[in-house]
Design a protein around this ligand. Structure first.
Ligand code: ADP
Length: 357
């Protein structure tokens, strides 16, 4: 009776291993493969029958086979039957078979994981485009109705010969502002939907800051009476990222810092630094922050400000897309962005990016 139960349990386990989505190998005490499921056969390029009786070290790193304990999810490379290296995530569990110590090895092909992640990202992106398109249609209604209403007013005033130069300028100004707003909304959507993908390269975070400041500084100083102070860490290691996109993030943050201090003068503080090493992020992380001397952000809004079309700026000046796009760009780099209020006043935005993608 016990024998029968044991037999059916063994059959059940074997059946389960056959159907697992991971590649499974079982090695005996001498390191010989005694079981290979179809996914393992596919991964290693030989049939399950051909794999059984082969030495495990032909396919698996020898150093790993010497370990006797449990091994959790290690990224490594195995070799297929033709000696081609395949990157995998591998875990190993010791199993007792009588007095023998066997090993159960589970592997996932990392290229497949990457393909699945890309597909997921694409799906999320499409979902984002859907949400954004619906909101854009809604947001465009307002400036477009201002334009049509102003034009019909203009026609009416011209017809009744009632238009002086000041009034004309006022109408033109209203049309210009609304047209600008519409164009900006459409441009952002175009940028978002026709995204060519990340163009990553080795670059310098401090250089990205300098680039953004070159674009923004003259206008800050001359038109807005806002000064910019930098505290850029020297000897920062290089970073792999999309230079233009991170410049765009900075431009969006600087524009907001400038606006937050109007109509008064003030200073914006831009800082870069290397994050202390962190076990979870093996490759290291770099960070930058933008702080202003404006009124800060009401605590209840600290998360909401990243939502599309959330703006507190006067009609015609804000689109509510700057921070939404900034977060999108940072997350494309597997980074993080958040807002808080500085203890000395003003808003503080911090961006942390992995050094390598
Ligand atoms: P927009 O600038 O077009 O309003 P954003 O997405 O860039 O769109 O910003 C959304 C909102 O977040 C702003 O309208 C403002 O209320 C708030 N905000 C952003 N940056 C700051 C800042 N530095 N200080 C205070 N509030 C800010």
């Amino acid at each position: 009776m016990v024998e029968i139960r044991r037999d059916s349990a063994v059959r059940l386990v074997s059946d389960l291993m056959q159907r697992m989505a991971s590649a499974i190998l079982v090695l005996n005490t001498s390191g010989i493969i005694t079981f290979a499921n179809p996914v393992a056969a596919d991964l290693l390029g030989a049939s399950s029958d051909a794999l059984v009786s082969q030495p495990g070290k032909r396919f698996l790193p020898e150093a790993l086979l010497k370990l006797s304990g449990h091994l959790q999810q290690r990224e490594t490379a195995v070799h297929d039957i033709n000696g081609r290296a395949i990157p995998v995530s591998l875990s190993m569990t010791p199993i007792k078979n009588g007095s023998d110590n066997w090993k159960l090895i589970a592997m996932t092909n990392l290229a497949e994981v990457q393909r699945a992640n890309d597909a997921l990202y694409h799906t999320q992106r499409l979902a984002g485009v859907g949400t954004l398109t619906a909101s854009v249609a809604h947001e465009l209604t307002n400036p477009l109705s201002i334009i049509t209403a102003t034009c019909s007013n203009l026609i009416h005033e011209v017809d009744s010969d009632n238009l002086d130069a000041e009034m004309l300028l006022h109408y033109i100004h209203m049309i210009e502002q609304s047209a600008w707003r519409s164009a900006r909304i459409v441009e952002v959507l175009r940028h978002y939907t026709h995204d060519a993908g990340l163009q990553t390269a080795v670059t310098s975070l401090n250089m990205i800051i300098e680039d953004a400041l070159t674009l923004m500084k003259p206008q800050f100083v001359k038109e807005y009476n806002v000064s910019i102070h930098t505290d850029l860490a020297q000897d920062l290691p290089s970073i792999v990222c999309d230079h233009n996109r991170i410049t765009q993030v900075l431009i969006n943050l600087l524009g907001n810092a400038r606006d937050a201090m109007q109509p008064d003068a003030g200073a914006v503080h831009v800082k870069t630094w290397a994050m202390p090493p962190n076990q979870a992020q093996a490759g290291g992380q770099l960070a930058f922050s933008v702080r202003d001397e404006g009124p800060g952000i009401p605590p209840a809004l600290l998360e909401q400000i990243f939502e599309p079309f959330f703006t507190t700026k006067p009609s015609g000046t804000g689109t509510g897309l700057g921070l939404f796009i900034a977060r999108e760009l940072v997350e494309q780099h597997n980074g993080r962005i958040w807002a808080e209020n500085h203890p000395d006043g003003g808003a503080l935005f911090t961006v942390v990016l992995p050094q390598k993608q």
